[in-house]
Write a protein that binds this ligand. Structure first.
Ligand code: MTE
Ligand code: MO
Length: 375
């Protein structure tokens, strides 16, 4: 089913198929090896990971060309003139449908926020005797920060007459997999939850959800449904594959019997270096970024080969719910080294020495030792 080619998807899947088992037709944007780690062909979808070293030359925002893609089925091609978004279900009194032009005519908001896959950092979980977490082996590049333009979700739910008894909003994608996941009403009505139709000042690129996607800042990006087609408002709890089978915290630190849907992300950091990195001996300018699901990162510390923590210098801007860039200087001695970084946000959330192990490898918020060879 996941392997079947949608009639709506672009590309032949054979052109430029350099990777055995890959699906070269999706994503539709170019994904050169210099910018992306290609995870297509691992059986988990159409996923490409941003290379952190490519962010070194970028500004505060992740360029659309470099933004990671995580799709359960191929990128659908949607005609905006034929597209509509339905808002319906028992939790609304006046069901409605909005076209693309309707959406663009509504008062717009712009906001800079991070978008991060719940599985970002999965490959960094220490394998256990009983195995590794299942799923795409993301390093730390399944995250990006963009400026999103769109309409606050509340501005669509209110005209639809969302009722006092409304419980969840099931956002449904128009892709072949039909990815859908319920969002609690409180989060749906949050100030910065929006229906986004622009990313970094351009119409949303096809791979990122054209013509419109949900943007649920701070939450695992699976909540930010791409190619949005329907918002179904219920008066009771709803379930889909994506809040029961996947995107749940289960096993390890969370217990074998529990399946807690992933909601908020955690504080993390990454170096703008290849993994593993090789640098020449001598004075190095080490750069990186740290992010928080909601707050502002107020402190970033680094440790070289387990030495005491030192402060990195933070740079502006530092947008809450996005990230902060930072740097420090290092007189790199020859040999093999590990650079650890930990960030703390303004509500005191930080990065533990060890991540909370779970069977599906979500929310790796632990401190990571970045391997650096100095020659
Ligand atoms: N319709 C739809 N929405 C989706 C997905 C999908 O496969 N289909 N993937 C989700 C997941 S798991 C992630 S991490 C983000 C990735 O967003 P991006 O590809 O724009 O980076 O989209 C989310 N929204
Ligand atoms: Mo994801």
């Amino acid at each position: 089913m996941m392997e079947a080619r949608s009639l709506r998807s672009r590309g032949s899947g054979t052109l430029g198929s350099r990777y055995p088992g890959s699906e070269a037709g999706s994503p539709v944007k170019p994904v050169p090896g210099a910018l992306f780690v290609d995870h297509r062909g691992d059986g988990h979808g159409f996923n490409v990971e941003m290379r952190w070293e490519a962010m070194r030359d970028a500004g505060y925002l992740t360029p659309n060309e470099l933004f990671f893609v995580r799709s359960h089925s191929p990128t659908p091609q949607i005609d905006p003139a034929a597209w509509s978004l339905r808002v319906e279900g028992p939790g609304v009194r006046r069901p409605l449908a909005l076209g693309y032009a309707d959406l663009l005519r509504m008062p717009r908001v712009r906001t800079i926020r991070a978008l991060e896959c719940a599985g970002n950092g999965r490959a960094l979980f220490e394998p256990r005797p009983d195995g590794r977490p299942r799923g795409t082996r993301w390093g730390l590049g399944a995250v990006g920060v963009a400026e999103w333009t769109g309409v606050p979700l509340v501005e669509v739910l209110q005209p639809a007459g969302i009722s006092e008894r409304a419980y969840e909003v099931m956002a449904e994608g128009l892709d072949e997999a039909g990815v859908r996941r319920p969002l609690p009403v409180s989060k749906a009505l949050a100030r910065d939850t929006m229906i986004a139709y622009e990313m970094n000042g351009e119409p949303l690129p096809p791979d990122h959800g054209f013509p419109a996607r949900l943007l649920v800042p701070g939450w695992a990006a699976v909540a930010s449904i791409k190619w949005l087609g329907r918002l179904y408002v219920s008066e009771e709890p709803m379930f889909s594959y994506w809040n029961t089978e996947e995107y749940v915290l289960t096993g390890g630190a969370f217990g074998e019997d529990r399946r807690l849907p992933v909601t908020e992300q955690c504080v993390k950091s990454a170096l703008e270096l290849p993994w593993p990195a090789t640098v020449p001996a001598g004075r190095q300018y080490i750069r990186g970024r740290s992010w928080s699901p909601g707050g502002r990162v107020v402190r970033v510390e680094y440790s070289l080969d387990g030495a005491p923590w030192q402060r990195a210098a933070l740079e502006e801007p530092n947008v809450p719910g996005a990230w902060v860039r930072w740097h420090f200087q290092w007189d790199a001695p020859r040999g093999e080294h590990a650079i650890e970084v930990r960030a703390t946000d303004d509500s005191g959330r930080s990065q533990p020495a060890e991540p909370l192990w779970n069977d599906l490898g979500y929310l790796h918020g632990g401190v990571v030792g970045h391997p650096v060879a100095v020659s």
